[in-house]
Design a protein around this ligand. Structure first.
Ligand code: ADP
Ligand code: MG
Length: 259
């Protein structure tokens, strides 16, 4: 017969949603009986394990909800290949401090230099620090906002995309947006201004955003808000994919470049 105190403990752990402790209760009780830890140390360990397990679960859920398109991390980014990149700034961004004051990050540069990779890496770091994140391409976002507008649900969609601590807008500028698209994006950026951070990746310098957003007046208003509190990282250099191809001998190695 089970000890009624253990039964009560199990009921209470379920009620308090201390799932990890509940599932390991037998082991913990045994460990506790054998352990030479003080009561304080043992209780501290049990509570720390539960918190760790809850944090890990939340991070896993937030990673799923972020909808990252690729399995990339900052740790798998080879910074030696991008000497133009301000490594110190990336290290600062890894701390997540920019998220606390809704600062934006613009990652600019030609295709293949690792903008999306870095954005995903920073998104994962943000999640590790307890922030929520959503990744979406600029075209998808504008499309979703346009569909919502057609159904009279623009406000709901703006609230949805305004809610995340960090919104990553990928590939702004690969295809220019129609004027209406630029306006929808402006609504969202205005909504998030000084409330939540944006990471935007673009292959276009900000000077060309008038064409990108289909309306120079809106582009000025967008940039005014985006750049007010922002870090701008401009990545120069060559596409990683091309470098790989050169290394593999598919295309010729350029003079002075390491194999
Ligand atoms: P961009 O978004 O600038 O077009 P991506 O981030 O999509 O470039 O990078 C293209 C591919 O090359 C991805 O698979 C990415 O993981 C990889 N890549 C780019 N730069 C690096 C790097 N410095 N180290 C490791 N992988 C890289
Ligand atoms: Mg990209």
């Amino acid at each position: 017969m089970t000890d009624p105190r253990v039964e009560r403990l199990e009921r209470h752990l379920i009620r308090l949603r201390l799932v990890s402790t509940k599932s390991r209760l037998d082991t913990l009780l045994e460990e506790g009986a054998r352990s030479e830890l003080s009561f304080l140390d043992f209780l501290d360990k049990v509570v720390c394990d539960e918190v760790e397990s809850k944090d890990a679960k939340r991070a896993q859920m937030r990673t799923q909800m972020a909808k990252f398109p690729l399995d990339r991390t900052l740790e798998s980014f080879d910074f030696s290949l991008q000497p133009s990149l301000d490594r110190r700034l990336i290290t600062e961004l890894e701390t997540g401090r920019y998220l606390a004051n809704a600062t934006n990050v613009l990652l600019l540069g030609p295709p293949g230099v690792g903008k999306t990779h870095l954005a995903i890496g920073l998104g994962r770091k943000a999640i590790q620090q307890g922030y929520s994140c959503r990744f979406i391409t600029a075209l998808d976002l504008v499309h979703q906002l346009a569909v919502a507008e057609q159904h009279g649900a623009l406000e709901t969609a703006l609230t949805h995309f305004g809610r995340h601590h960090l919104l990553i807008l990928d590939e702004l500028g690969y295809l220019p947006l129609a004027r209406a698209g630029g306006h929808l994006l402006f609504h969202l950026i205005r909504r998030r201004y000084e409330k939540g951070s944006l990471i935007i990746t673009s292959n276009q310098p900000v000077g060309s955003w008038g064409e990108v957003l289909g309306d120079p007046v809106v582009a000025t208003a967008v940039l005014d808000r985006l750049l007010h509190h922002s870090h701008v990282l401009t990545i120069k250099g060559e596409s990683y994919r091309l470098k790989e191809k050169r290394r593999a001998g598919v295309i010729p190695v350029r003079e002075g470049e390491a194999k």
